[in-house]
Design a protein around this ligand. Structure first.
Ligand code: SAH
Length: 442
């Protein structure tokens, strides 16, 4: 569930992380050099300056280490914290619950980072958290400087409101919380010490932080230098050019890395349709695995230009790239009697909030029905949802409806999530936003 879906968090407060998900194309964000400081640089001492009292019986989620304290759970505040200040969360009768950061302008009044009163949210604390996250990627073997990885995944790394992706020698930082943005200088210092990047770029504009968090962020270079052009990264033996200044999201969908590889295992000898191809990730993996041919389609001309360039970069001659609307193209292919051995459907987030979940499920049904209609018997459907409010069960139920309507037998071979450099906190399970089902359709 995305952070913008706060309507659905009441009353049990089991809310969701800020882990990023693919988005529809947004206006390109011009890269400029912006000053690296927020409204103020907070957190020098790391000691609490105020106490936030919870309403009676509202502490349970936070004893369960959930990191978001909504305004509706707050009884009163003792002290006068400024945005970004360290506060202690206490029960209505004053017992310590957790320590976090205060934002009066967000419905998430406090983001929690420590659950012991002995931990101070000082520079050493943030250093330890960042280094811990970086160490996990090392453990995963994702520290190759010629590749890309998500280094920090917000709640999944106990750093609510901070997302950091590394593309080769460059870091893209997304602040999804004002309280983290307040610490931008410190975070950039720590990232520089830990990762030694050639440059650090900010990408926050498309997160709607102004409305949610009371913060206006200008994207651009904050440390080091800009890359001369696209940054080239390796992924499972393929090369991709990533445009850090204009690409969607942070320029590349890292969460699908292993799903592209898993899907490719089934592509050998098949005619493949990669719908919503963006920069060609699934297409190139399928081509490398020996697909007979690949048709890659995306609605954005910028995306298809990237896919073309990446096909060229990898010498994949059997990929045809086309700019078209998915719903129309799927119908046109069916009308023309085309059939495929594999269909990949990786649409943008259809549901942005719980209120649009049912509408999204109908859209998933429609597109999957269209995809299944194009599959020859025994074909492979690779179908994804990055809508956090659509659970895995919802998605499988939707596919069961597709099986019913299309009178086809659909069995999933694999039901996958995001790559492991996108960890999900078990205290914040809704962070599991990505579902990728690989199914056989008879
Ligand atoms: N599969 C890609 C990521 C896809 S992201 C990868 O592995 O990298 C979703 C893509 O859907 C975006 O590139 C976006 O441009 C495209 N898109 C959004 N709406 C669309 C539509 N109606 N028709 C076709 N493409 C669309």
């Amino acid at each position: 569930m995305p952070e913008d879906d706060l309507e659905s968090l009441e009353p049990t407060a089991s809310p969701a992380p800020t882990a990023d998900t693919p988005t529809t194309p947004s206006a390109p964000v011009p890269i400029s050099t912006v000053p690296a400081s927020g409204p103020f640089e907070a957190g020098v001492s790391g000691l609490p300056v105020a106490r936030v009292l919870l309403k009676p019986k509202r502490a349970r989620p936070f004893f369960g280490r959930h990191p978001w304290v909504l305004d509706s759970a707050v009884l009163r505040v003792e002290g006068a914290p400024a945005p970004g200040d360290v506060v202690d969360l206490v029960t209505h009768d004053g017992s310590f619950v957790a320590r976090g950061l205060w934002n009066p302008d967000s419905r998430i009044r406090v983001r929690l980072y420590a659950f012991s009163a002995s931990e101070q949210l000082d520079d050493a604390f943030w250093r330890e958290r960042i280094e811990r996250a970086v160490a996990v990627r090392r453990l995963l073997g994702l520290d190759d400087r010629a590749a890309a990885a998500r280094l920090i995944n917000s709640e999944g790394d106990d750093l609510s409101g901070l997302i950091v992706d590394r593309f080769g020698d460059w870091l893209c930082v997304q602040f999804t919380a004002r309280v983290m943005h307040c610490r931008m200088e410190l975070i950039c210092d720590l990232l520089e010490q830990s990762v030694r990047p050639a440059g650090i770029l900010l990408r926050s504009a498309e997160r709607g932080l102004g409305k949610l968090e009371g913060l206006q962020v200008t994207d651009g270079l904050v440390r080091g230098r800009l890359p001369d052009g696209p940054v080239f990264i390796n992924e499972h033996g393929m090369r991709f050019g990533v445009d850090l200044s204009e690409g969607q999201k942070t320029g590349f969908y890292l969460d699908q890395r292993d799903n592209r590889q898993a899907a490719a295992r089934f592509a050998t000898g098949k005619r493949v349709l990669d719908m919503f191809c963006y920069s060609g990730g699934f297409s190139l993996a399928a081509a490398k695995a020996g697909a007979a041919s690949v048709l890659a389609v995306d609605g954005s001309a910028k995306a298809t230009a990237l896919a073309e360039a990446n096909a060229g970069l990898n010498g994949a001659a059997n990929i045809t790239v086309e700019t078209a609307d998915a719903f129309k193209k799927l119908d046109a292919l069916k009308d023309a009697g085309e059939r495929f051995g594999m269909v990949v459907l990786d649409p943008p987030k259809f549901a942005r909030s719980r209120s649009t979940r049912d509408e999204a499920l109908r859209a998933y049904h429609r597109i999957n029905r269209q995809g299944v209609d194009l599959l020859e018997p025994g074909g492979i459907l690779v179908t994804c949802s990055c809508s956090g409010v659509v659970t895995r069960e919802d998605f499988l139920m939707m596919l069961s409806g597709v099986a019913q309507r299309s009178r086809r037998s659909i069995a999933f071979l694999e039901c996958r999530g995001a790559a492991p450099d996108h960890p999900v906190s078990v205290s914040c399970l809704d962070g599991e936003y990505l579902t990728c089902v690989i199914a056989r359709v008879v």
